[in-house]
Design a protein around this ligand. Structure first.
Ligand SMILES: [Zn+2]
Length: 302
């Protein structure tokens, strides 16, 4: 085991990829990490701590009690999806260490979408890991501005992070033997990005995993459009989501995928507590219904 760590350490030391250019100074990141929890952050418990754990194989939960962050590990380096709120970055780093992994071995940061509750901690996480930021072209301007700029989250500022490389639909992020594939499902944000991968559980069975970006309207205006194309985006993404399949459905807010109920079952001995091949389909059906209802209500209000 000790020998297996050597290539990873060597790779981290001599990586050919230049270090990322930071948009946020230490002072900006420090202030955001130490800012008092108020508004949505406090009301929704977005920064409440949760003990990290392994979902299956090399997929680990390192988020807070209500908002997800995912660590996907490989002997050659790790991938981290989402940063929760700015105050959460130190907690996420602590969670990575608590699971026995080195934060400096995180090679790539990914983001489901550029709302403060998923992108807020990214700049702090980049400072702590030195990782390269990958994101969709459509959400890049918001990540680099530190503000989504439309909808109820407009003006909820977070430390900006530069997008080092653009991710398009079908792009594969590879570290060692681990690959994640991007699935663009715009709607909730213009560049909402889901990810898929496969992992092997303790039972030796390989399963497909889906990290869902989100499909909620979340108080955004569909009529008039919160951003140009939001209605077409939702319609196309919900239709596409219907065609997708996954053995394990993971999402970025605990209530989307019954995180705590499943974790309790896992702790009670059910190693496959997170396996449910029907869940993505049920979630999409629920989201499709909610979207249609919201659109009809907003149109009727005119
Ligand atoms: Zn959101």
């Amino acid at each position: 085991m000790r020998l297996a760590l050597l290539p990873a350490l060597a790779l981290a030391g001599c990586s050919a990829v230049p270090p990322p250019v930071r948009l946020s100074s230490d002072a900006v990141i420090d202030a955001a990490e130490q800012a008092p929890e108020d508004g949505f952050v406090k009301e929704n418990g977005w920064n409440e701590p949760m003990a990290p754990f392994t979902v299956i194989g090399n997929v680990h939960y390192v988020g807070t009690k209500t908002v997800s962050a995912w660590l996907i590990t490989d002997p050659k380096g790790h991938i981290l999806i989402d940063g929760v709120v700015p105050q959460s970055a130190p907690q996420i780093i602590g969670n990575i260490k608590a699971l026995g992994f080195d934060p400096r071995a995180v090679k790539y940061l990914l983001n489901s979408h550029a709302h403060i509750d998923h992108a807020g901690g990214l700049a702090g996480l980049q400072r702590a890991t030195g990782a390269i930021m990958l994101a969709s072209a459509a959400d890049k301007p918001f990540l680099e501005a530190g503000d989504i700029g439309h909808g109820p989250s407009a003006g909820a500022k977070f430390p900006p992070i530069r997008v080092d490389r653009i991710v398009q639909d079908g792009d594969v992020v590879r570290v060692g033997a681990t690959t994640l594939t991007a699935v663009m499902l715009p709607g909730h944000s213009p560049g909402c990005t889901s990810w898929t991968m496969r992992a092997k559980g303790a039972d030796g069975v390989e399963r497909s995993i889906f990290f869902h970006c989100s499909a909620t309207v979340a108080g955004q205006s569909l009529d008039p459009e919160a951003y140009p194309g939001i209605v077409a985006n939702f319609r196309q993404s919900l239709a596409r989501a219907k065609t997708l399949k996954a053995d394990i459905f993971l999402a970025n807010h605990e209530n989307f995928f019954d995180l705590h109920e499943k974790r309790a079952r896992q702790l009670a001995g059910d190693a496959n507590a997170f396996v449910d091949p029907g869940e993505l389909g049920r979630f999409t059906a629920t989201m499709t219904e909610a979207y249609a209802k919201t659109l009809a209500e907003q149109q009727a209000a005119h």
